[in-house]
Design a protein around this ligand. Structure first.
Ligand code: ADP
Ligand code: MG
Length: 452
């Protein structure tokens, strides 16, 4: 019956469309009336889902009465046939035979081609620190003077959630302020989607013309084009046409051009020809500055200790950091109570779980030493000065609380001290915490930061 469904589909949608989108469907299991159909990529799955799901369902139902619905799923490892591949002939013919239509008017480009810019992503709302200052400076420069020699293309790269998209939108907003410059921004995924859509609707010339008439083209997350050879090829030609015509190209990716090994060599070479700027992982200081800026903008007071806690806990992704803060603020608004360290831990429980891990005595020693600004070696040294001895006691106390190590084991890690020393430290710290609230807060903060 798959065979029958297929030939009906082919009849309905036509050979080209069938080959482009539907040929790669692989039959999966039928369970409780639900038939699973597999596609090799998320892109294809989404497309087929949006365009053909209902049709597939109807055809299957009429073919077999034990099928109630179809479920489209992605299954990696199916042979992937690039959707554009089959159409290469048509595409080439198209390019050669068509006479170029005149460029579309600007407003049409803005409507059709570009994805709207997020008004929150501006230069003003971008917090600058050591890890991103170079990328920021490059972005500013390109926004001021697009297409200047040495800055074309501008290639921004860095890990997830470090501000690549933010900077691109900021450039776009800045450039469109004046209204004289036409800017097109889209993700590489969107680029491919549009490109294939254009092939499908036989409007590739229009697509090319539109792309080639912008002053600034920004393509986000270029790594998506790895393995998408036809789209890469198209992008390469667009890229060359634009740069040759003195237009600005801005590209982002998760790796540097030389590390994007799945991209064609000639494309990588050209991408590396302008300015390449790396956004480094955030530092603690930058995370704090970002949190301070966002808290201030929200108008809700968030204690410094809470910001420190977040900056310690969520270290890799600014988006997550922001998400955590927003959640705290929303919660505080809702219940009408201020944000505190207590509520923070409660509100973000599930979110922080992912970042939790077993804490080691070494880690405890490091964090505590950092906190009171003493040398790590003093954790095991014989020095007895209060400034050193107190933090050491706190570290022992936390080691007892947060690890399953025995007192003698802990003692050994602190310069071979006796287990009675550790015991004394534990009770001394507990005592001090009762007497001195600011000390207690310090210990509490450390405990929460370390907690696994
Ligand atoms: P990427 O594109 O690199 O994955 P985004 O640009 O989408 O990251 O940034 C993720 C989120 O973090 C966005 O909401 C962005 O505004 C915010 N963000 C990242 N870096 C900064 C920064 N330096 N200052 C302010 N916000 C930032
Ligand atoms: Mg991004």
């Amino acid at each position: 019956s798959w065979h029958k469904v297929r030939s009906k589909l082919k009849n309905e949608v036509g050979e080209v469309e069938y080959r482009t989108w539907l040929r790669q469907i692989v039959l999966g299991p039928l369970e409780e009336g639900e038939l699973t159909l597999y596609l090799p990529t998320r892109f294809l799955r989404d497309w087929v889902r949006s365009q053909y799901e209902e049709r597939l369902q109807t055809l299957w139902r009429s073919e077999r009465n034990d099928v109630e619905g179809v479920e489209l799923q992605v299954k990696r490892g199916l042979p992937e046939i690039s959707p554009a591949e089959d159409l290469e002939e048509e595409l080439n013919a198209d390019t050669e035979s068509s006479t170029a239509p005149s460029a579309s008017p600007l407003n049409e480009i803005k409507n059709d081609l570009a994805v709207p810019l997020d008004p929150r992503f501006t230069f003003d709302s971008f917090v600058v620190g050591k890890p991103n200052e170079f990328a920021y400076a490059c972005a500013r420069r390109v926004a001021e003077k697009p297409s200047s020699p040495g800055f074309n293309p501008l290639f921004l790269y860095g890990g997830v959630g470090l501000g690549k998209t933010h900077l691109m939108h900021a450039i776009g907003s800045e450039l469109t302020k004046t209204g004289h410059v036409s800017v097109a921004y889209m993700s590489a995924e969107k680029f491919m989607y549009r490109f294939i859509g254009a092939i499908r609707s036989q409007s590739t010339m229009e697509f090319k013309e539109q792309l080639r008439s912008v002053d600034v083209l920004m393509i986000d997350d270029l790594q998506f084009l790895i393995g998408k050879d036809n789209t890469q090829e198209e992008f390469f030609h667009t890229f060359n046409a634009l740069v040759d015509a003195g237009r600005q190209i801005i590209v982002s990716a998760d790796k540097s051009p030389s590390d994007l090994s799945g991209l064609e060599d000639r494309l990588r070479t050209r991408l590396g020809c302008g300015m390449v700027a790396d956004i480094h992982a955030t530092t603690f200081e930058l995370r704090i500055s970002i949190l301070e800026a966002k808290a201030k903008a929200s108008g809700t007071h968030v204690p410094e200790k809470v910001l420190e806690y977040l900056a310690h806990k969520i270290t890799t992704n600014v988006r997550e950091l922001e998400g955590a803060l927003n959640r705290l603020i929303a919660h505080a608004d809702l219940v009408g109570r201020p944000v505190t360290l207590d509520t923070t831990q409660d509100v973000l429980k599930d979110m922080l779980k992912a970042h939790d891990r077993r804490v080691t005595i070494e880690e405890i020693q490091r964090k505590v030493a950092e906190h009171w600004n003493i040398r790590l070696t003093d954790m095991s040294s014989a020095r007895r000065a209060r400034a050193v001895a107190r933090p050491r006691q706190v570290a022992m106390f936390l080691a007892k609380q947060l690890t399953s190590r025995s007192l003698p084991e802990i003692g050994r890690k602190f310069g071979n001290r006796d287990h009675t020393t550790v015991m004394h430290a534990v009770s001394r710290v507990a005592e001090l915490m009762e007497q001195d609230t600011s000390f207690a807060e310090d210990v509490e903060l450390l405990r929460r930061m370390l907690e696994g």
